[in-house]
Design a protein around this ligand. Structure first.
Ligand SMILES: C[S@@+](CC[C@H](N)C(=O)[O-])C[C@H]1O[C@@H](n2cnc3c(N)ncnc32)[C@H](O)[C@@H]1O
Length: 222
């Protein structure tokens, strides 16, 4: 994602009804925030928000929270939905690393990671959003019945993720190296901004679905 400083973006985010300020105050109370008991689905690294906006419009029975690190990117998503009223869509200007402080255990039903930054240098591997440290953070707040869905065009990041998922104790339930030609996994696929761009260039899209480890109980603890 190319980053340009967008003057006034922080102020726009703070004032937008779509952005939740100080989101940690809703930890364990997101259903109260949305005023319903609908499941909560989170896209981490939502960029300009094309995917999560479309998902929210297609699935009004689900609450969607988009997470983005950079104000200059998030503000683009805010500007796109400004004129619309989408009550089941909100944005969080936070770092994915801080999500366990924002969601209580089991509070999130699904996590989407779409075209996450690849961080190609080995010394930056821990920054990849599918690395073991991040998967460990997600399991703190993902429901035991929940799932993680990850899409990318980056073969190296995908191979890395196919290894880190079992390494973190998660279960890989499905994966494909060519989503758009996989009849089963492509059903209901909503394209992200990056997905449209890369598939338009003829690049295949990879996808995996993973389930979190079973919660620790007295009987399965070491
Ligand atoms: C390559 S873009 C993909 C955007 C969008 N998901 C798509 O598929 O079109 C990755 C996005 O993840 C965001 N991001 C990277 N690291 C993050 C983190 N630690 N927490 C939240 N967002 C992050 C980046 O700022 C960027 O907007």
């Amino acid at each position: 994602m190319r980053l340009r400083n967008v003057p006034g973006s922080k102020e726009l985010i703070e004032l937008s009804p779509y952005c939740v300020n100080k989101p940690a105050q809703y930890r364990g109370r997101w259903n109260t925030y949305f005023e319903n008991d609908a499941p909560i689905h989170v896209e981490i690294g939502m960029g300009k928000g094309q995917f999560i906006r479309e998902m929210a419009l297609l699935h009004p029975e689900i609450n969607y929270l988009g997470v983005e690190l950079f104000a200059s990117v998030l503000v683009r998503a805010v500007q796109k939905v400004e004129e619309e009223e989408i009550p089941n869509l909100r944005f969080l200007w936070v770092d994915a690393a801080d999500l366990p402080e924002i969601f209580a255990p089991g509070e999130v039903d699904r996590i989407y990671l779409n075209f996450s930054d690849p961080w190609p240098k080995a010394r930056h591997a821990k920054r990849r959003l599918t690395s073991v440290p991040f998967l460990n953070r997600y399991r703190e707040f993902l429901s035991p019945d929940g799932q993680l869905e990850f899409k990318t065009d980056n073969q190296a990041l995908f191979s890395f993720s196919l290894e880190s998922v079992p390494e973190a104790g998660w279960t890989l339930t499905a994966h494909t190296f060519d989503l758009h030609h996989n009849e089963k996994m492509c059903v209901g696929n909503v394209m992200t901004e990056y997905e449209a761009k890369f598939s338009g260039l003829g690049q295949p899209i990879c996808k995996l679905i993973a389930l979190p480890p079973a919660p620790e109980t007295d009987s399965n603890k070491d």
